[in-house]
Design a protein around this ligand. Structure first.
Ligand SMILES: Nc1ncnc2c1ncn2[C@@H]1O[C@H](COP(=O)(O)OP(=O)(O)O)[C@@H](O)[C@H]1O
Ligand SMILES: [Mg+2]
Length: 219
């Protein structure tokens, strides 16, 4: 489903953030991305979502190379972004609508679903993340944990085949963590491909088929 072949990446010309990374994820597999702070986990997840591109090597999504040029084709970009969803570590970076329900409706609306279908998806995702009572609130007034739930609801409303999440348990209380752990178990059992960065050993061993260790390249 996802394959990185000898991928290197630099944000600046002289500093490598990833060096010669190869990773293959089959459909339905769950992979934990592990490594120290600053080792390149977020960078790797951004690459998988086509937000940044390899400086060398190849990234293929379901056999199709994901390059800046490929994503300039609006039709291809739309289908790619429909098939893979990304929940950022910092939900503020991805919430921008006036209400939680508009926020969750945004993705399905972009995909031209009927209003009835959009309403159904919004209701389902509000329920799944246990945030129905927040539906008319503005996302920016919510707590960090509530925002994280909204961000998951937004991504799941599009029903992507692959879900990528950056430290989905970070800075959540126990209740919030349990909800996300249960969500991942459900997603796993429904055959979603899951890629997540985490430091939580219990979560990793409960969900992941394997772990992939990223290491900071030597300077
Ligand atoms: N936008 C950026 N521009 C330049 N350097 C960056 C940028 N984002 C991250 N880095 C650097 O890339 C390295 C890897 O960062 P990151 O992928 O965020 O690591 P992790 O998620 O494992 O903590 C770090 O040294 C970080 O400082
Ligand atoms: Mg990170």
């Amino acid at each position: 489903m996802l394959e990185l072949k000898n991928v290197s990446h630099s944000y600046e010309d002289d500093v490598k953030t990833l060096e010669n990374v190869s990773l293959r994820v089959e459909r339905g597999q769950a992979v934990a991305i592990v490594g120290a702070n600053g080792s390149g986990k977020t960078t790797l997840l951004k690459l998988l979502n086509g937000l940044i591109f390899p400086t060398s090597g190849v990234y293929e999504f379901d056999g199709a190379p994901i390059t800046r040029k490929a994503l300039m084709d609006a039709k291809f970009a739309k289908s790619f972004h429909r098939r893979i969803g990304f929940v950022f570590q910092n939900a503020d970076a991805q919430l921008f609508c006036g209400s939680v329900e508009d926020e969750i409706a945004f993705g399905p609306r972009q995909l031209n679903f009927t209003e009835e279908e959009i309403r159904r998806r919004v209701d389902d995702c509000l329920e799944l993340l246990e945030i129905t009572r927040l539906r008319r609130r503005a996302p920016y007034v919510l707590s960090g944990g509530e925002k994280r739930r909204v961000a998951f609801a937004c991504v799941l409303a599009v029903n992507p085949e692959v879900l990528v999440a950056d430290e989905p348990l970070a800075s959540l209380d126990e209740l919030g963590r349990n909800l996300i752990v249960e969500l991942f178990k459900t997603l796993r059992s429904t055959g979603k491909t899951l890629v997540f960065a985490s430091h939580n050993e219990e979560f990793i061993s409960e969900i992941a088929d394997f772990r992939f260790n990223v290491e900071k390249p030597n300077a």
